[in-house]
Unconditional design. Structure first.
Length: 476
């Protein structure tokens, strides 16, 4: 009897332990709450009294396949939509379907800038990605087995209703490198496409003109020291945005010290032995950890820098020796996601690519990213207290032959406030740009877009402008 009791007690103990383990697994897999509910994010929300930003939890291909903006043109009517707009969710499915058909089209013909501009003014959808992609990389992101566009780099394209006599749509694809344009015919229900345009174009073209419609793509006065690319969409009216706040999870202001859990998580992700790594403090207040093959410098601002002593001593990505650019690209994105999950588990990831994905030299690949909210850039520039230099990217990652040789990131959690802040119109921003003596003087601006700017800890709205030579400035 005693043996039976012992067996029963042992079995009961095992069942209890198993139950506890399963319960913990369910909690961390977030299955006890509805989809989209994050226990840790909601605890943070209660602590800070605000809504922590919750975008995609990873830098997935599904997220990267989302364009930055969709401009619906319907002759005299026009509207622009971003990822947070309800209409965007309705439009994105047919847009992706049509674009995939274009990437796999059997034949293309040359087109012209005049034809491109005419399509923008007629009945069409103008689609722009936040960065330019090599066509094969973009095809891989969209799940296309074989891209037939040839060796082009794509950042934007136009889906046009085309000729009335034709039963097909036209898709215009522009090469981001040299500006050349190709077009192809795509089979799609034209009535359904026209209904989309009718339902989702509400503003007049005068409220949302393209640069070429206002002749800003040409020098028209002595006060205009830059030109604006023809298809840059401009806003005549001011816009409102949610207020923005941030949390630095690296350094505690109340304790005036680094948060041990966050620091240890950073070190662990880069395979540093916490107990044996040599540690010292820099004159600027940053802490530095040194091991045999690299160093990590963590600043009180939340910005940290990892550097390998040599390219062959970097952090290995899980790719084989025959890895191509797509493999390196995917593995790098996964590393960023895993790093964020390890270091800041209470907040979901809202980083997006900032630099173009066009360099196919595997011996030296660089990826740059910034934080975004609802498609709006957050410029939380970091200034080096010793050199005075500005770091415009939230994340910079260098990979050489499948190994991370350098990694820099500002670790920061952003959340929306309940109040609204107003932004000036694009036209007002251009007035400031034309009258300034900025680095963009005597250049062509290829992009101008709204951005949150950190002004001494307070986030305000303004615009960022990027020239065709790659320089980006903030319009203040």
């Amino acid at each position: 009897m005693k043996n039976k009791e012992r067996i029963k007690n042992a079995v009961l103990a095992i069942l209890i332990i198993s139950s506890i383990c399963l319960t913990l697994n369910i909690w961390f897999d977030k299955k006890l709450w509805p989809d989209g509910y994050n226990f840790f994010s909601n605890i943070t929300q209660k602590l800070f009294g605000q809504k922590v930003l919750k975008n995609s939890g990873s830098l997935s291909k599904e997220k990267l396949a989302l364009p930055k903006q969709l401009v619906v043109n319907n002759a005299s009517k026009r509207s622009i939509f971003y990822e947070n707009d309800d209409a965007y969710d309705i439009l994105i499915t047919p847009v992706k379907k049509i674009f995939i058909s274009a990437l796999t089209a059997d034949s293309f013909t040359k087109s012209t800038l005049d034809e491109w501009n005419a399509a923008l003014k007629a009945k069409s959808i103008f689609v722009s990605y936040p960065v330019a992609y090599d066509a094969n990389v973009l095809g891989n992101i969209l799940g296309v087995q074989k891209v037939k566009t040839g060796g082009v780099t794509i950042r934007d394209f136009v889906i046009s209703q085309g000729d009335i006599a034709s039963s097909n749509l036209y898709v215009y694809i522009r090469n981001h490198i040299d500006g050349s344009i190709k077009k192809c015919s795509v089979r799609y229900d034209k009535k359904e496409f026209e209904n989309l345009l009718t339902r989702h174009s509400s503003s007049t073209t005068g409220d949302l003109p393209y640069s070429f419609e206002l002749n800003f793509d040409k020098i028209n006065s002595a006060s205009q020291n830059v030109t604006i690319s023809p298809d840059v969409i401009l806003s005549i009216n001011r816009t409102t945005h949610s207020s923005l706040y941030s949390i630095n999870p690296v350094f505690s202001r109340s304790d005036k010290d680094f948060v041990p859990e966050t620091v240890n998580a950073v070190l662990k992700k880069f395979s540093f032995n916490i107990s044996t790594a040599r540690k010292y403090t820099d004159p600027d207040g940053a802490i530095v950890y040194v091991e045999n093959y690299g160093s990590i410098k963590i600043h009180p601002s939340g910005y940290f820098e990892y550097k390998a002593i040599a390219p062959d001593k970097g952090i290995e990505l899980p790719v084989n020796n025959n890895a191509d650019y797509n493999d390196i690209f995917t593995a790098s994105l996964n590393f960023v996601t895993d790093f964020w999950t390890s270091v800041v588990p209470q907040s979901e990831l809202n980083l997006s690519l900032t630099g173009d994905i066009v360099n196919r030299n595997l011996s030296d690949v660089e990826f740059t990213m910034n934080y975004y909210i609802n498609g709006t850039l957050i410029r939380d520039d970091v200034q080096n207290s010793l050199t005075g230099g500005i770091t415009p990217y939230a994340l910079t990652m260098n990979v050489s032959n499948g190994k991370i040789t350098s990694y820099k990131q500002l670790i920061r959690i952003y959340y929306e406030g309940d109040t609204k802040i107003e932004n000036i119109s694009t036209i007002e921003a251009l007035d400031k740009l034309f009258s300034s003596q900025s680095e963009l003087k005597n250049t062509n601006v290829k992009e101008i877009f709204p951005a949150y700017i950190n002004n001494g800890g307070v986030y305000t709205m303004s615009y960022a402008a990027k020239s065709d030579n790659g320089k980006t400035i903030l319009i203040k």
